[in-house]
Design a protein around this ligand. Structure first.
Ligand SMILES: Cc1cc2nc3c(=O)[nH]c(=O)nc-3n(C[C@H](O)[C@H](O)[C@H](O)COP(=O)(O)OP(=O)(O)OC[C@H]3O[C@@H](n4cnc5c(N)ncnc54)[C@H](O)[C@@H]3O)c2cc1C
Length: 897
C-alpha cells in the first residue's frame, strides 16, 4: 500500500483501477491505455454501477454455493419492510410517498412519488448475482419502472444499506435524465463523468469542484445510512458499534482517509486527496454522517483505540480478500479515442465507417494469411474458432478465428436499438461500450454506435467476413467450412479446442404452423416420416431440401396423404406442411409483398421499391412482439405514404418499457397524437393462422387477418428453436451415423447463465460445441426437453425483468453474458448443468403486506419492523427489521482467496 502512486494524471488512475478490482472481485476493464490492444483502443474506464462489495466488511454479496431455499424470500421480505424506512429516513425530501402494492398478476411493487409529483415504481427481488455485486438496479428512466435485485447470498441484515445505495443512485440517474430532457447544457449532449470521486487515488486541490458520480451518490446513501444507525438509540450497543465499524471501513474504501502510515512519503498527498473528497461529499451528507466523518475520517493514528483496532482488522481482511490476477488480459472498451477519451458524438458516423473499413481489411488480411498457410503446408490450417457474433463479440477470444456474416446490426436499417443509454447503463461494465457517450439518457442508442463497438471488437483477433458451418472430417476431426463473403473460394479450418457459436436468434415461424409439435418444416417432415411405413418410397423422396408444397405433392403421389390426414397421428405435421405450402404459394405469387419479419429488419426489403409507383401502401404486420414493432417502424420510415396495422393477441410487457415503442406510438398512432399511419389492433382473439391471400378487383394480391386487409404482409410471430444452422450438418450427420447429440446448460459459479453446450458423439469420437449469446436463449428442441426451455425462459424474465426495457437475448444482456463466459473460461469455472439451478425459481415471498392502495404505507411498513419506532422524515434510520433466520456474519476470507 505504501507504494501507491498518487499523481492523478497518470498513476492515480492505476490506483483507481485497483480500487475497482477490490470492489467487484472480478475482471474489470481498467483505465490505462493498453499498448498491446490493436494499436488504438485503450482499456475501458472501470465501472461499478451497482452496490458492490466493500471487501473485508460485512457488506458483501456472499460467495460459494447456492443459498438455502428460504434465503431469497428472507432477503425480499427484509427489503420490502426496510425500503419505506430507508426512503422516509434518508430520501424524504426527494420521495414524498412510498406504498407497497400488488399488481394484477400478483406481483408486488412499491409505488413512489417524487418531489416533482412524478410517480415511479420499484420492484424488489433476490436473485443469484455475480460475486462482488450486493445489489443492482435495472433503471428505466423511460417508463419510470425500476427493479432492484439483491444478491440471494447476502446477509439480509445488509439489505437496508444496499437499498440506501440503490435508491441514492437511482435518484441521481433520474435527475440526470430529467435535466437532459429539459435541455440543461451541463448534461444534454454530454457523456456523464465516469471518474468516481469516492474511490481511492490522488486528488489535487484544483479538483475540489468535481461533482459526485451516480455511483458516488449511491455510496453517500450508504454513509448516511450507517451514520444514522451508529446514532440510533433504539439499537443495542453492539449493533451501533457494528455500524460504526462498517462506516469506518467504508471511509477507508472510499479514500476518505489516508491509508499509509504518517511517516510515509505518500501520506501528505493521500491526506490532501481525502480532504478534497470530504469537501466534495460534505454537502450531500446528513448531519449525522457529517458528524461521523468528523470523528472517523481521520488517519488511523488519530482514531480512538477501539476504532483503530477495528480498522486495522478490516484492513487485514480487505487485503486477503483482494482478487488475484484480475488486471491481466482485461478487455478493452470500444468507442474510446486512442488517448482514452470518449469519442465525441459528432465523430460517431465517421468513426463507425472507419471501423467498418478496418474490419473489411482485417478480414481480407486474415483470408490471405490462411491461404498462404495452406499453400505452404498443403494442409488446412488449425485454429480455435468462433462462428458469428454481434453483441456477443464482447466475450470474443482474441486468439480465435472469428467467422461472421456481419448480419443483424450491420444490416438493420433502423435508428438503433430500442433501448436508451440509461436502460443499458450496466453494459459498459461488460466492456461493450458506453452508450451515454453517443446519446442522451432517454434517447435511443444509435445504430452507428452498435456497429462501431462490434467492428472494433471483431478486429481484436483474426476475422473473416462470411458464413461458417462445422462438419466432421474424414479424419475424425472437426472442421469449419468457411464461405467468404467476398465470393472467393471456400476453405476449411481444422477446429482446435471447443468452438463457440453465437449466430443470433433463430428464424421466425411461418404463420399457421403448429407451435407445439411441429414448429417448422424440418420438424413437420420428421414427424411425417415417422408415420410412414419403413419401406415407403416417400422416405427417399423427402430427403434433402424439400419445400412444403413439394412434400405434400410427394405424399399425394405416393398415395399416403389421405391416410395421414384421416389417421390423426400426423395432425400437427400436416398443419405445418399446409401452412408452409400456403406461405410458399403466397411468396411466389406476390414477390416483394410477403415477408418474414427478419427480412424487413435486416434490410432485405427495398425501401425505394416501397415508395415507388404501384408499391404496396397498406401493410399487415402479423405479430405484436418486438420484431413486429421494429418492422412497422422500418416500413413507416421507408415510405411516408405507407399505413401499417400491427395485429396480435397481446403486447409483450417489455414494449411499454422501451424507448422505441412509446415514441413510435406518439409519431404514428392517432390516439397518441400521431399521424394515424399506424394502427395497433390487439385483442385476445386475434390469433393468426396461415397467410390468407386473395386477388383484389384490380388483380393485385390482398392479405387478410381478422378485420384487417392490406396490400402486403409481414409475419413476426415468434421464433422456432432448431439446432443453429452452423451445426445442422454436424447434428444430422451424427444422428444419421447412429450417434448421439446431447446438450447441457452452462453456468458460472455465481449461477449466471453462459450458454449451452452440445456434444456430438459418433463412432467413438466426441465433438463439443458451445453456443452463447441470443442463440443460447432458445434451446434446440431436438436436444433439450421442453421443461428445460420453460425453466430457462422463466429464469430469463426474472434475470432481465421486462421493466428494464430489455430481454435476455437483447443487446446489453448478451454482452454481459458473453463477458462472463469469457471470464469463466479463463478461470476454469464453467459448470455444466442438466437444467436451470433451482434458485432461479420464483421465491415464495413472505414479507410486508401489500396494500391494495390507500392505507398509509410508511406506517404500515414501519409497523412491520417489530419493536421499531416510526422514523420521522430527516431523522435517523431505524434499525434493521428482525431478520428471518439470520445467517452467521461473514467470516474473513482465508488468505490466498
Ligand atoms: C429483428 C431484431 C431486432 C432486435 N432488436 C433489438 C433491440 O433493439 N434491442 C436489443 O436489446 N436486442 C434486440 N435484438 C436482439 C439481438 O439478438 C441482440 O441485440 C444482439 O444482437 C444479440 O447478439 P448476438 O451476438 O447473440 O447475435 P447477433 O447480434 O444476432 O449476431 C449474430 C451474428 O452471427 C452471424 N451469423 C449467423 N449465422 C452465421 C454463420 N453460419 N456463420 C457466420 N456468421 C453467422 C450473423 O450474421 C450476425 O452477424 C433484436 C433481434 C432481432 C432479430
Amino acid at each position: 500500500m505504501d507504494q501507491e502512486p498518487l499523481d492523478r494524471g497518470n498513476a492515480g488512475r492505476s490506483d483507481r483501477a485497483d480500487a475497482r478490482r477490490d470492489d467487484r472481485g472480478d475482471i474489470r476493464p481498467d483505465a490505462r491505455p493498453d499498448p498491446s490492444a490493436t494499436g488504438a483502443v485503450p482499456r475501458a474506464e472501470p465501472v461499478v454501477i451497482t452496490a458492490t462489495d466493500v471487501a473485508g466488511s460485512r457488506f458483501v454479496s456472499g460467495t460459494g454455493a447456492a443459498p438455502d431455499p428460504g434465503r431469497q424470500a428472507a432477503v425480499v421480505a427484509q427489503a420490502e419492510s426496510t425500503l419505506p424506512m430507508v426512503v422516509q429516513s434518508l430520501y424524504a425530501q426527494r420521495l414524498s410517498s412510498v406504498e407497497l402494492r400488488s399488481g394484477a398478476a400478483g406481483d408486488r411493487f412499491f409505488a413512489l412519488t417524487d418531489d416533482r409529483g412524478r410517480d415511479l415504481t420499484l420492484r424488489l427481488d433476490a436473485v443469484p448475482l455475480p460475486s462482488g455485486t450486493v445489489a443492482r438496479t435495472h433503471v428505466n428512466t423511460t417508463s419510470d419502472q425500476h427493479v432492484v435485485q439483491l444478491s440471494d447470498r447476502m446477509d439480509p441484515r445488509q439489505v437496508g444499506r444496499a437499498l440506501s445505495h440503490e435508491v441514492g443512485e437511482l435518484l441521481a440517474v433520474r435527475d440526470r435524465a430529467a435535466r437532459a430532457a429539459a435541455g440543461d447544457p451541463e448534461v444534454a449532449g454530454v457523456a456523464p463523468n465516469r471518474q468516481d470521486v469516492l474511490a481511492r487515488g490522488g486528488l489535487g486541490s484544483a479538483e475540489r469542484r468535481l461533482s459526485l458520480t451516480e455511483e458516488d451518490l449511491g455510496r453517500v446513501g450508504e454513509l448516511n445510512y450507517l451514520a444514522a444507525r451508529m446514532n440510533d438509540a433504539t439499537l443495542d450497543a453492539g449493533q451501533r458499534a457494528e455500524s460504526r465499524g462498517e462506516l469506518s471501513a467504508l471511509v477507508d474504501h472510499l479514500g476518505l482517509r489516508p491509508r499509509v502510515p504518517a511517516d510515509s512519503g505518500h501520506y501528505a498527498p493521500e491526506l490532501q486527496a481525502a480532504d478534497v473528497r470530504r469537501d466534495i461529499v460534505d454537502p450531500h451528507l446528513t448531519p449525522a454522517a457529517a458528524g461521523a466523518l468528523r470523528e472517523l475520517a481521520v488517519p488511523v493514528e488519530r482514531l480512538g483505540a477501539a476504532d483503530a483496532v477495528e480498522l486495522r482488522e478490516f484492513r487485514a481482511r480487505a487485503e486477503h480478500a483482494r482478487p488475484i490476477g484480475a488486471s491481466v488480459g482485461a478487455p478493452v472498451m470500444p468507442g474510446l479515442r486512442p488517448d482514452g477519451s470518449p469519442l465525441p458524438r459528432e465523430e460517431l458516423a465517421a468513426a463507425a465507417a472507419r471501423a467498418a473499413e478496418q474490419r473489411t481489411r482485417a478480414g481480407s488480411a486474415t483470408l490471405d494469411q490462411l491461404r498462404a498457410e495452406i499453400a505452404t503446408t498443403g494442409e488446412w490450417p488449425a485454429r480455435r474458432v468462433v462462428v458469428g457474433g454481434g453483441a456477443s463479440l464482447v466475450g470474443r477470444d482474441p486468439e480465435a478465428l472469428l467467422v461472421d456474416a456481419r448480419g443483424r446490426w450491420h444490416l438493420d436499417p433502423g435508428e438503433g436499438i430500442v433501448q436508451s443509454p440509461d436502460q443499458t447503463r450496466d453494459m459498459r461494465a461488460s466492456g461493450m461500450g458506453d452508450a451515454h457517450q453517443f446519446a442522451d439518457p432517454t434517447a435511443r442508442v444509435p445504430r452507428d454506435a452498435v456497429r462501431l463497438w462490434e467492428d472494433q471488437l471483431a478486429v481484436r483477433g483474426p476475422v473473416v467476413d462470411g458464413t461458417a458451418a462445422l462438419l466432421p472430417g474424414q479424419d475424425g476431426r472437426l472442421y469449419t467450412h468457411i464461405r467468404p463473403a467476398d465470393g472467393s473460394p471456400d476453405l476449411y479450418v481444422k477446429v482446435e479446442g471447443t468452438p463457440t457459436v453465437a449466430t443470433g436468434l433463430p428464424p421466425e415461424m411461418v404463420p399457421g404452423v403448429d407451435r407445439r409439435d411441429a414448429v417448422d418444416l424440418p420438424e413437420a417432415l420428421d414427424a411425417v416420416r415417422g408415420q410412414l411405413p419403413a419401406g415407403s418410397p416417400a422416405h427417399a423422396r423427402l430427403t434433402g431440401e424439400v419445400g412444403a408444397e413439394r412434400a405434400l405433392q410427394v405424399l399425394r403421389e405416393e398415395g399416403v396423404l389421405d391416410g395421414l390426414r384421416s389417421g390423426g397421428g400426423a395432425r400437427a405435421a400436416l398443419q405445418t406442411l399446409d401452412a408452409t405450402a400456403q406461405w410458399e404459394r403466397a411468396r411466389a405469387a406476390a414477390p416483394g409483398r410477403v415477408f418474414i419479419g427478419d427480412e424487413i429488419a435486416e434490410g432485405r426489403f427495398d425501401a425505394r421499391a416501397a415508395s415507388a409507383e404501384g408499391a404496396p401502401k397498406t401493410w399487415l404486420v402479423a405479430g405484436a412482439g418486438g420484431t413486429g414493432v421494429a418492422n412497422a417502424e422500418i416500413i413507416l420510415e421507408a415510405d411516408p405514404e405507407a399505413r401499417v396495422t400491427i395485429y396480435g393477441p397481446n403486447l409483450p410487457p417489455a414494449l411499454e418499457n422501451q424507448v422505441q415503442f412509446t415514441a413510435l406510438r406518439e409519431r404514428f398512432v392517432s390516439e397518441y397524437g400521431g399521424d394515424g399511419r399506424l394502427t395497433i389492433d390487439i385483442h385476445p382473439d386475434n390469433r393468426v393462422g396461415a397467410v390468407q391471400m386473395s386477388l383484389g378487383p384490380d388483380g393485385k394480391p390482398r392479405f387478410r387477418e381478422g378485420r384487417v386487409e392490406a396490400d402486403a404482409y409481414v409475419a413476426s410471430l415468434g421464433r422456432t428453436a432448431p439446432m443453429p444452422e452452423a451445426l445442422r450438418g454436424l447434428s444430422e450427420g451424427t444422428r444419421a451415423g447412429g450417434g448421439q447429440v446431447r446438450g447441457d446448460l452452462m453456468f458460472d459459479r455465481d449461477r449466471q447463465y453462459l450458454g449451452y453446450g452440445v456434444t456430438f458423439e459418433a463412432g467413438g469420437r466426441q465433438h463439443r460445441v458451445e453456443v452463447t449469446g441470443a442463440a443460447s436463449q432458445l434451446l434446440p428442441r431436438d436436444v433439450f426437453p421442453r421443461d428445460t426451455q420453460a425453466a430457462l425462459t422463466a429464469m430469463a424474465v426474472r434475470q432481465v425483468p421486462s421493466q428494464s426495457g430489455n430481454a435476455a437475448p437483447g443487446f446489453a444482456p448478451v454482452a454481459e453474458q458473453t463477458a462472463r463466459l469469457a471470464e469463466a473460461r479463463a478461470r476454469g469455472t464453467v459448470e455444466r448443468h442438466a437444467s436451470v439451478p433451482e434458485s432461479w425459481g420464483r421465491p415464495a415471498v413472505a414479507g410486508a403486506t401489500a396494500s391494495g392502495g390507500g392505507a398509509n404505507p410508511v406506517a404500515n411498513a414501519a409497523r412491520l419492523q417489530s419493536g421499531r419506532r416510526t422514523a420521522s422524515p430527516g431523522g435517523g434510520v431505524p434499525g434493521s427489521a428482525p431478520v428471518p433466520r439470520a445467517p452467521r456474519p461473514p467470516q474473513p476470507p482465508r488468505p490466498g482467496r
